[in-house]
Design a protein around this ligand. Structure first.
Ligand SMILES: NC(=O)c1ccc[n+]([C@@H]2O[C@H](COP(=O)([O-])OP(=O)(O)OC[C@H]3O[C@@H](n4cnc5c(N)ncnc54)[C@H](O)[C@@H]3O)[C@@H](O)[C@H]2O)c1
Ligand SMILES: O=C(O)C(=O)C[C@@H](O)[C@H](O)[C@H](O)COP(=O)(O)O
Ligand SMILES: [Zn+2]
Length: 376
């Protein structure tokens, strides 16, 4: 009997983002080697990573050194602990010490917290040097590493300090998801569900058909979900890079903030110890209840939020008595104008509008509905 011939691995997918300097998001398996080609013009390269990703960072460093770059590896704190001005200042000090100039580059290897920090450091050093993101979590692949939002937190709230700074390239190596803890993979699906509701109904169908496949890092279903979510993000940011064009009935980049108004408030109340994707999950259920209470969204689509998120094991409700704290935190949401809160709401799947200044009692009713047990 002849040996069975293994199927060739599918070629990497390249998704283009039309920024001022257009760039590509490469999605595939075994594509880590693409990083060095993206920083070809740099003499020095800084590779920022948390301890959990040391093995990946070492592989990237070795490639870069083989290509002749002088490389500095910077070990940063894990998760949200990296997104502080103190950590950014430590990175600036390392770059200064190593003599980083404007043709040098920063590479962020890690989850969304690391790529947000790396982006902020790259954006601010000498007012901007090249950035390559190497997302290693699902959430960073489908969202954080793409699109140029960079930032750090302050005691007052989430991502309150940051700049837009697009990467020169994004390398999503799906093989890296093999070591991602299942709880973090699940949290990443929160942003995938978001992409389904705001723009791509096929994402919702895939999740509903086989939630377990979505939770399996080796499955082709997960690859399709990553590609579809990156495509949604690329399309939205390409049309509104700086989040400036939600006018009239048209929602620009703010669309990507679906579920984040309450989600970020939950993160702040939890002192940034909640996973971002979990908070967005809770925030989307609240947004669906608000849209239902405002008479915008039909019952079936509102209920579909809780159903799909629950099937993936994501949280759908926060503490019943927390609304006053959350309302105060939402005042600092970036979509707020003056004292007017603004929410991205759906009036159907893939159809959004901004609700500005809803009365407080409507918000309270929606929150109460979001924490109530689902209807049978
Ligand atoms: N800039 C944006 O557009 C944007 C979009 C969405 C989210 N975000 C930000 O992204 C952050 C959330 O990202 P996240 O969910 O990736 O969280 P994270 O960066 O905190 O990573 C989650 C955990 O997974 C670990 N990890 C990551 N990849 C791993 C791997 N391959 N193997 C083993 N462990 C791994 C990390 O070390 C961390 O402990 C938040 O700060 C959020 O605000 C930014
Ligand atoms: O890229 C965007 O735009 C988003 O809003 C994507 C979100 O998933 C992400 O969490 C973002 O960081 C939130 O933006 P913020 O401006 O509210 O901090
Ligand atoms: Zn998000």
């Amino acid at each position: 009997m002849p040996e069975p011939v293994p199927e060739p691995a599918p070629a990497p997918t390249r998704i283009r983002v039309a920024a001022e300097r257009p760039y590509e998001v490469v999605v595939g398996r075994g594509v880590l080697g693409a990083v060095s080609g993206l920083v070809a013009g740099a003499d020095r390269v800084a590779v920022l990573h948390p301890a959990a990703l040391i093995d990946v960072a070492v592989r990237v460093v070795a490639d870069l050194e083989r290509a002749g770059h002088q490389v500095v590896r910077i070990d940063v704190p894990d998760a949200e602990a990296a997104k502080t001005v103190e950590v950014a200042a430590r990175c600036w000090a390392v770059l200064g010490h190593a003599g980083f100039t404007r043709n040098d580059a920063v590479v962020g290897v890690g989850g969304g917290a690391t790529t947000d920090l790396a982006g902020f450091v790259a954006a601010t050093w000498l007012r901007g040097v090249d950035l390559v993101t190497v997302p290693t979590s699902l959430l960073a692949m489908v969202d954080a590493a793409v699109g140029g939002k960079t930032g750090i937190n302050t005691a007052e709230g989430k991502n309150l300090v940051g700049v837009f700074h697009e990467p020169v390239g994004v390398v999503c190596d799906l093989d890296l998801l093999a070591t991602l803890p299942p709880t973090d993979l699940r949290a990443g699906l929160g942003e995938v569900v978001k992409c389904g509701f705001i723009a791509d109904p096929r994402v919702l169908e895939l999740l509903e058909q086989d939630p377990q496949a979505a939770l399996d890092p080796a499955s082709p279903v997960l690859r399709e979900l990553v590609e579809r979510s990156v495509a949604v993000k690329a399309r939205v940011v390409s049309a509104d890079l700086r989040e400036t064009t939600s006018v009239g009935g048209r929602v620009g980049r703010e669309l990507l903030n679906y579920g984040h108004t309450l989600g970020h408030a939950v993160e702040r109340r939890e002192h940034f110890r909640w996973r971002h994707g979990d908070a967005v999950s809770v925030g989307m259920v609240f947004a669906a209840e608000l849209a239902r209470a405002a008479g915008l969204l039909d019952d079936a689509t509102a209920d579909r939020h809780r159903a799909v998120l629950t099937s993936l094991g994501l949280p759908t409700a926060y503490e019943p008595d927390a609304f006053d704290d959350l309302l105060a935190a939402m005042a600092l949401d970036k979509k707020t104008r003056g004292s007017t809160l603004r929410f991205v709401l759906l009036d159907g799947v893939a159809s959004a509008q901004i609700l500005a200044g809803p009365p407080e009692d409507l918000l309270r009713r929606a929150y109460a509905a979001s924490v109530a047990r689902p209807r049978d």
